[in-house]
Design a protein around this ligand. Structure first.
Ligand SMILES: [Zn+2]
Length: 132
């Protein structure tokens, strides 16, 4: 199913792939919950040579994406509590959202960087032939 998405930004984001060629991996490990390596990424794409970190501080902008994801996860957790446990007090919401965000932090970190890169680089089907 995900192969049908190749060429779209969603494919790169969901598969941890280079935003330009969709072949090389961005993160060293595919699993977001390998705590020691979850945030480590390759400097260049192994397939097309694309430099992931375009300039010093490039990924600071991913914090804006991370903020949006955090809000989305918080709202999703709150809605789940409203649906599953409608008579819960505010402490249940606060603790559930806090624990949920801690558990989802590695996933949020990784997705935010991939989304940030894909905002500025689109898929180039000729990237592997015109390797820089
Ligand atoms: Zn690439």
């Amino acid at each position: 199913m995900l192969a049908k998405l190749k060429g779209t930004r969603l494919y790169s984001i969901l598969n941890n792939k280079c935003p330009r060629c969709h072949e090389g991996d961005f993160y060293i490990t595919k699993h977001p919950y390998q705590i020691h390596n979850f945030g480590k990424n390759h400097e260049h794409c192994s397939a097309c040579g694309y430099k992931f970190d375009k300039e010093p501080g490039y990924f600071y902008g991913a914090m804006y994406v991370s903020y949006a994801l955090t809000v989305a996860f918080s709202v999703a957790i709150a809605v789940a509590i409203v649906v599953l446990f409608p008579s819960s007090g505010y402490k249940v919401y606060m603790i559930s959202i806090l624990l949920g965000l801690v558990v989802l932090m590695p996933l949020s970190f990784r997705l935010s960087r991939l989304i940030w890169m894909n905002l500025f680089q689109h898929y180039d089907k000729d990237a592997l032939e015109t390797k820089k």
